[in-house]
Write a protein that binds this ligand. Structure first.
Ligand code: PMP
Ligand code: GLU
Length: 386
């Protein structure tokens, strides 16, 4: 009995694998420093716990509508209107089991076998595999030497008659870079002109530093939402420290939303009712939680940048958002998997190899843990590099 060619060709999620490894080492009492993490360590908002507890105590936890509950959609619409300047109706929203499922719903809804989905490197580890899961072809746009972002022209040069969608993530996992207004405006113009979908993975859009704001694609659209090729994905995982609840969502035109709803109905019915109640509770509290998280991360970004500057030959583009940094270690070691393995074996420091994000020579170092762990982790890396 054979596995499918698709299953056999699929790579593992390096980030989730390393997260498990770090947690197992911690549980064994090993002195591990986890700089490979992908989730904030803050407690969840009080409103999230209260709302899910209320539903649980009521004793009825049932299927919800496929695309999400009305109270949660109302909060998502208010959040979207506050942060993106566009007000979606309930028929523009699908609540999914994580932003990850929202991206998958989208890809399955628009990609025909062999269609191309274009995205820049460095990219989030799951994009290429998710495109393959939809029988599409990932097309990666590489930045010029020494850069972590590409230009709109670089992306346009990779568009063909088979291009179905462009996928952007800003602020970016792993680089922490925020794409400029000019870049996003040009991308919207290109996609609207050529009728190509523009998937904006906005999961880190509230976690931006130095007084910057991550420009929203909707701001530059010349079309009403229901005629727009822009699809925005967001969720409570990062902004509200609620990764375990698995709630994300998409905002898109009604036709795409309907297709995504159909996909979700056949695959997972609906996201957990308890988690949807929790997400509504978190969103109802407003932006205070996210702002406190953001301010704390900005301080830890500064700690990470200061510690990395002590490493001499390591080059860093200072992150402008997220909780990741993506320094270039190639002056010490060009093979990022080899370096990450050495750091784990010799210093008990978990990092994610740049190769997993499509850019060799780099490591992704997170600063979502404690400042003490950042200082100790980078000090251990320094010893190994010596
Ligand atoms: N996009 C990016 C860029 C991410 O880093 C993550 C992290 N998990 C996701 C999407 C998926 O988020 P979720 O946990 O809500 O599925
Ligand atoms: N997005 C996080 C990361 O990049 C969490 C793990 C995952 O979903 O890949 O580490």
């Amino acid at each position: 009995m054979n596995l499918s060619r698709l299953a056999l060709s699929l790579g593992q999620s390096a980030t989730l694998k390393l997260n498990e490894l770090a947690n197992n080492l911690r549980a064994e009492g090993k002195p591990v420093i986890h700089l490979g993490g992908g989730e904030p360590e803050e407690r969840i908002p009080g409103g999230a716990a209260a709302e899910s507890r209320r539903l649980l105590d009521g004793g009825f936890v049932r299927y919800t509508p496929v695309s999400g509950t009305a109270p949660l959609k109302k909060e998502i619409a208010a959040y979207t209107s506050r942060h993106y300047g566009v007000e979606p109706g309930p028929k523009n929203i699908v609540v999914a089991s994580g932003a990850k499922q929202a991206i998958y719903n989208f890809l399955v809804s628009v990609v025909d076998p062999g269609d191309q989905v274009v995205f820049p490197a460095p990219y989030w580890v799951s994009y290429p595999e998710m495109v393959r899961l939809a029988y599409g072809m990932p097309v990666v746009v590489r930045p010029r030497e020494g850069r972590l972002t590409v230009s709109a022209g670089d992306i346009e040069a990779h568009i063909t008659s088979r291009t179905k969608a462009i996928l952007l993530n800003s602020p970016n996992n792993p680089s922490g870079q925020v794409y400029s207004e000019d870049f996003i405006r040009e991308m919207v113009e290109i996609c609207e002109h050529r009728n190509i979908y523009l998937l904006m993975d906005d999961i880190y859009n509230s976690l931006v530093f130095d007084g910057l704001k991550a420009p929203s694609a909707f701001n530059f659209s010349k079309r009403p939402l229901n005629d727009s090729p822009i699809v925005s994905v967001n969720g409570v995982s990062k902004t509200f420290s609620m990764t375990g609840f698995r709630i994300g969502w998409s905002v898109a035109n009604e036709a795409v939303t309907q297709a995504m709803t159909k996909v979700q109905a056949q695959v997972s019915s609906c996201p957990s009712a308890l988690s949807q109640a929790a997400a509504a509770g978190a969103l109802r509290e407003g932006d205070g939680f996210a702002e406190a998280l953001r301010a704390g991360l900005e301080k830890k970004r500064d700690v990470m940048a200061a510690e990395l500057s002590k490493l001499g030959k390591v080059k860093l583009h200072k992150p402008q958002g997220t909780f990741y940094s993506f320094p270039d270690f190639s002056a010490y070691e060009k093979d990022s998997a080899k370096l990450a393995a050495r750091l784990l074996a010799e210093a008990m420091v978990v990092t994610v190899p740049g190769a997993e994000f499509g850019l060799e020579g780099h490591l992704r170092l997170s600063y979502c843990g404690s400042a003490a762990d950042i200082v100790e982790g980078v000090a251990r890396i320094r010893k190994v590099l010596k």
